[in-house]
Write a protein that binds this ligand. Structure first.
Ligand SMILES: NC(=O)c1ccc[n+]([C@@H]2O[C@H](COP(=O)([O-])OP(=O)(O)OC[C@H]3O[C@@H](n4cnc5c(N)ncnc54)[C@H](OP(=O)(O)O)[C@@H]3O)[C@@H](O)[C@H]2O)c1
Length: 236
């Protein structure tokens, strides 16, 4: 294959990519030949992670983005526009795990969870998906949780499960308007050993990343508008 025959390198933006599942997803996508943008709220942590991936031969760059601050999301989008970066794959992975019940958790906990799990991803989708539609190809993966599934009982802290259910609703609504070229799905990574999942969790970050990477690299006849764990549909 000559240089001119080679398909263009796709670019993926993964949020919360400085550690945990997000970093594993970013590395796996880079290993598949994508250029990866590591969205991180801590610029130093992002630079460190990008340097580590670059040292392993990957095309990786950090992008400062704090999902809880709309101005930060807008600044990241402005940076992408200024650099003429087209995002082909968006992985809304960043997550928080605020504790508390529906009557006991402080309202601030709900606000933070909704900003990170709903409003930040919504802002990114509204900015980036139209360009995917114009390009005729795109993949959006919203990293959700079984805790956000009505069908699995909305277990877990109320701010977390309610905000993940909202992310699932965004997934379904968005998939209904993008057309078949832009596939939009939600993924539950299972219980994964990260700062959020804890040391007792049975899955490695690489294992947790697998189903997300699958959705981020779906073929043209792949599904859209579903909620998946390990490549299998689970109930909303
Ligand atoms: N681990 C599990 O068992 C499990 C199960 C189901 C679903 N999930 C989901 O999987 C995703 C990744 O989880 P994880 O286990 O890898 O968690 P993690 O190790 O705690 O990592 C969370 C990531 O999100 C970032 N983040 C948090 N708030 C942010 C904000 N306001 N702006 C930008 N980034 C922010 C963190 O950045 P900092 O380093 O700056 O804090 C970190 O990079 C989450 O959406 C989570 O809900 C995880």
């Amino acid at each position: 294959m000559t240089g001119s025959d080679r398909p263009p390198r796709r670019t993926a933006l993964v949020t919360g990519a400085n550690r945990g599942i997000g970093l594993a997803v970013a590395e796996a996508l880079a290993a598949r030949g994508m250029a990866v943008l590591l969205g991180t709220r801590d610029a130093a942590a992002g630079a460190h992670a990008a340097a580590a991936l670059s040292a392993r031969g990957h095309a990786a760059r950090a992008l400062a983005i704090d999902l809880s601050r709309p101005a930060s999301v807008d600044a990241a989008l402005a940076q992408l526009a200024a650099d003429a970066v087209h995002v082909d794959v968006l992985v809304n992975n960043a997550g928080v795990y605020p504790q508390g019940g529906v009557l006991s958790a402080p309202e601030e906990a709900f606000r933070e969870a909704m900003e990170v799990h709903l409003f930040g991803p919504l802002r990114l989708c509204r900015a980036l998906v139209p360009a995917m539609q114009r390009a005729g190809w795109g993949r959006v993966v919203n990293v959700s949780s079984g805790s956000g599934s009505f069908g699995e009982g909305l277990e877990g802290p109320a701010p977390y499960s309610i905000s993940k259910a909202a992310l699932d609703a965004l997934t379904l609504k968005l998939s209904g308007v993008t057309g078949p070229a832009v596939k939009v799905n939600a993924a539950c990574p299972g219980w994964v050993r990260t700062r959020m999942g804890g040391e007792e969790a049975p899955r490695s970050v690489e294992r947790g990343a697998e189903g997300i990477v699958w959705l981020a690299t779906l073929p043209d006849d792949g599904p859209s508008g579903g909620f998946f764990r390990d490549g299998r549909l689970i109930p909303w």
